[in-house]
Design a protein around this ligand. Structure first.
Ligand code: IMP
Length: 427
């Protein structure tokens, strides 16, 4: 058994795509199991930069099958747009891409509803990606207004159900926004049936496919989207995404039991970032935060929003690692911290004068958390050319040792730049 999972331990954007891409050679199938086109993966492959949102990173590698499993929510227009972009760049997309017929579909009313709901939260807005992800997951849980990929191929019932749903969505949206421009069910049905025809060669029962593949000894690579702290059940609720974006989501999103996975890799940035609203105890609203944002090019892949930046928070990431059950760490973007005089790592929080190493379950407690820092010396050399652990400056190794010690997990992969070669594997 040599299946692997790659899970972000922070608030997303940990550069998981690079790790997934690195590991594809050792696997047969890459599985994306939650989230939608709210995610963004930037991968540098053969000197070219690809930005993927819904498609698994495996789609860039010949010989790998990429699976989009039931837990993903699919905007078919965005999905086809990504396929078209890859084909334009001569990346073959055909029977190497499978999409679950159980995956739920994002419709225009999901996007419209999200815009209205986010606006109504005013300064408390979650700061979502506005892709209709949360509203689609809500309809999935509610069932009455839900549609899955498989429904698109039952044309008569699809048209009828969509017509019923759109009547109710128009009523709801008009109640919330009196000048809401009414949606036309027949038009949406035609549009989506067109997408369905194009996607037909890819849509299948991926769960059975994965079970058969496992029985044949195929090696699966699970690609998490977002990060553990954005998990709907275990993250910094309500400032989270709407899926189980920690390791907890693998089983329910893919239909593959976690006992089939032999290696769980927790991906962290060497610092912390967050996009959107919500508490962020180690946030740096100063020149150091700006320096990290500039050097790390910390702007959202999907929305282009500047990411909030701060010191590594071992309380938050440590919690992410425990809920996700990771065995080891991949530390990304370590080169971004070069040139700083000193570095800080948050080892505990102080909340109302009490010290804790537990990540608070209530958002108002997290808002009160004052980071307790361990300060380490910086290194003022360019480490982006380092290829062996022993070639790092002593201060860099001390920083990595500190992360491993506080997180209680060995650091097995270190990234010092976007290219494949800028990766160090610790023995
Ligand atoms: P949603 O997933 O669009 O509903 O957004 C909910 C929260 O998750 C917002 O704070 C988003 O910025 C954040 N989020 C969603 N996807 C990503 C991602 O891929 N990286 C980082 N943050 C994300």
């Amino acid at each position: 058994m040599s299946s692997t999972a790659v899970i972000g331990l922070q608030w997303g954007d940990e550069a998981k795509g690079k790790i997934v891409d690195l590991l594809t050679d050792q696997h047969d199938i890459v599985v994306r199991y939650q989230g939608g086109n709210n995610a963004g993966h930037t991968v540098v492959c053969n000197g070219q930069t690809y930005k993927l949102s819904l498609l698994p990173v495996g789609v860039l590698r010949p010989g790998i099958v990429s699976v989009v499993a039931p837990g993903v929510v699919i905007n078919p227009r965005a999905f086809l747009g990504e396929i078209d972009q890859l084909r334009e760049r001569n990346v073959p997309v055909g029977d190497n891409l499978l999409v679950s017929d159980r995956a739920h579909v994002v419709f225009p009313y999901h996007v419209a509803e999200e815009a209205v709901l986010e606006k109504s939260r005013k300064s408390d807005a979650i700061g979502t990606t506005m892709r209709g992800i949360g509203t689609c997951y809500r309809d999935k849980a509610g069932r009455t207004h839900a549609m899955r990929m498989g429904d698109l191929y039952h044309v008569d019932s699809f048209r009828q159900r969509l017509a019923e749903i759109v009547i109710q969505k128009n009523q709801l949206l008009t109640a919330l926004l009196p000048d809401f421009q009414q949606l036309d069910a027949a038009k949406i049905a035609e549009e989506y049936l067109g997408y369905a025809a194009r996607l037909a060669p890819h849509v299948t029962d991926t769960t059975s496919y994965l079970h058969t593949a496992l029985a044949q000894g195929k090696r699966l690579l699970f690609e998490g989207a977002q990060g553990s702290l954005l998990d709907i059940d275990h993250g910094s609720f309500p400032y989270v995404t709407s899926s189980n974006s920690s390791g907890c989501g693998i089983h329910n999103g893919s239909g593959v039991p976690e006992r089939n996975i032999s290696r769980m890799i927790g991906v962290v940035k060497a610092y912390t970032t967050r996009v959107g609203g919500g508490p962020f105890p180690t946030e740096l609203n100063n020149s150091i935060g700006q320096h990290i944002r500039d050097v790390g090019k910390e702007y959202g892949t999907v929305t282009g929003r500047p990411r909030r930046c701060g010191w590594f928070d071992a309380v938050a990431a440590g919690y992410g690692g425990r809920i996700s059950g990771v065995d080891c760490l991949a530390v990304m973007l370590l080169d971004v911290l070069s040139q700083l005089d000193e570095l800080k790592v948050c080892v505990a929080y102080e909340i109302r004068g009490e010290r804790t190493i537990n990540f608070p379950s209530h958002v108002e407690e997290l808002m009160l958390a004052q980071p307790v820092y361990r300060t380490l010396p910086g290194w003022k050399t360019d480490i982006s050319h380092v290829r062996k652990l022993g070639d790092f400056p002593g201060a860099t190794r001390a920083y990595l040792d500190t992360l491993a010690e506080i997180m209680g997990r060995p650091v097995e992969i270190i990234s010092v730049g976007p290219d494949r070669e800028q990766t160090i594997l610790a023995d």
